[in-house]
Write a protein that binds this ligand. Structure first.
Ligand code: TXA
Ligand code: MG
Length: 349
């Protein structure tokens, strides 16, 4: 049985947080909101508890987890922080960023999938912070979706995926960032972003000019082109419907989407369109996902799940904003589409 509790962000129920903290400390599973997406937490120092995360999600065991703590000072319990970690965390933590550092032996292999590095994040969401503090232990937590599904950013989505699979679900409303944290590897000779997120390369370059982006992030993984982040090689974020992403000038894209709607509807398929603004699409469902990359990120996963609820066969997507943050949105969108991208004419953003 899963206990589901709705919490107020401004005045969370202390007793419920204490109960959730106790569950974590003793080896149980608790789902909780963060500013990026909902997380599925377990005591990071208990091997069996961590193993049960993989079971609840149906997650491949070679995909390592992020360890969540509340302050920078706690890092050196289990990892070796360096100068870059200090710079990044001083500037962006608490917040939507994860740093990869060399690990100490205390961290179970289950957390890191046998790697000699560990991912660490200091979240900003008040409920996440209160829960980790109540647990009194570092909390290993992947996104709280069933493996392969879009990460949950809304209460109803996390309940849909996790009810019956965990001990407790803390609900705290919608996640404001909407895509998972930026993951930056600081364990090698130069900092490299393995997963783009709300904190962008140009923001990071302002404090660490030599930082780079893993060049595989917008490309289909192949034998010769493997992303450095283990989790990035899996098909991810995928709704049941087939997603098709269009790239190109918006007016040309809109014309192509209209043509394709007619084509798929002639085959008796249900077609949804994800767009900046509805330019007269005659299809089965239209979702406007926002006019800036921030809004696109915030609504992307919720929109993909909504199209599934509505029973769409195809989801046709207008291009994400042409910006730094747009790269992070594209990365998720391309994966959702299994890299099914239709390029139309020239692109002008
Ligand atoms: O925003 C987030 O990061 C959310 C919330 C809950 O904090 N968590 C999240 O976790 O997205 P997950 O497990 O869905 O994604 C973690 C990513 C995976 O792609 C994984 O491969 C990568 O981080 N990762 C974890 N440890 C790593 C390591 N030692 N080296 C390289 N990549 C690592
Ligand atoms: Mg995930």
């Amino acid at each position: 049985m899963t206990k589901v509790v709705q919490l107020q962000e401004c005045a969370p129920d202390r007793a419920a947080l204490q109960e959730a903290g106790d569950i974590l400390r003793r080896g149980g599973l608790v789902v909780f909101p963060t500013e990026t997406v909902y997380g599925l937490g377990a005591n990071a120092l208990m091997e069996d508890a961590v193993a049960s995360i993989y079971q609840a999600k149906g997650r491949p065991s070679d995909n390592p987890l992020i360890v969540h703590i509340t302050s920078y000072a706690q890092i050196d319990q289990f990892a070796y922080p360096n100068q870059w970690a200090k710079l990044i965390c001083d500037r962006f933590s608490p917040g939507p960023i994860t740093v990869i550092l060399k690990k100490k032996p205390l961290v179970p292999d289950r957390v890191t999938a046998g790697l000699d590095t560990v991912a660490v994040r200091i979240p900003q969401h008040p409920i996440a912070r209160a829960l980790i503090a109540a647990a009194g232990v570092p909390v290993a937590a992947p996104s709280a979706n069933l493996s392969g599904k879009p990460s949950p950013t809304r209460a109803e989505h996390v309940v849909e995926d996790m009810d019956g699979r965990v001990d407790m679900i803390l609900l705290g409303g919608d996640c404001s960032v909407g895509i998972e944290s930026t993951v930056i590897d600081l364990s090698g000779s130069e900092p490299i972003i393995l997963r783009p997120g709300k904190i962008t390369l140009s923001q990071i370059k302002k404090i660490i000019p030599c930082a780079t982006l893993d060049r595989t992030l917008l490309e289909k993984p192949s034998r010769d082109l493997q992303p450095k982040c283990p989790g990035m090689k899996y098909k991810h974020y995928a709704p049941d419907a087939q997603v098709i992403v269009y790239e190109g000038r918006l007016d040309c894209v809109a014309a192509q989407i209209k043509e394709d709607i007619r084509k798929y509807q002639a085959e008796e398929k249900k077609v949804g369109v994800l767009c900046r603004a509805d330019s007269g699409y005659r299809c089965d469902a239209v979702i406007e996902w926002g006019k800036t990359a921030s809004e696109e990120a915030e609504h992307l996963f919720a929109a993909l799940r909504e199209f599934d609820r509505l029973g769409m066969d195809f989801i046709l997507c207008e291009p994400a904003e042409n910006s730094d943050l747009g790269i992070s949105v594209r990365n998720r969108l391309y994966k959702a589409a299994g890299y099914e991208i239709v390029r139309v004419g020239e692109r002008h953003g």
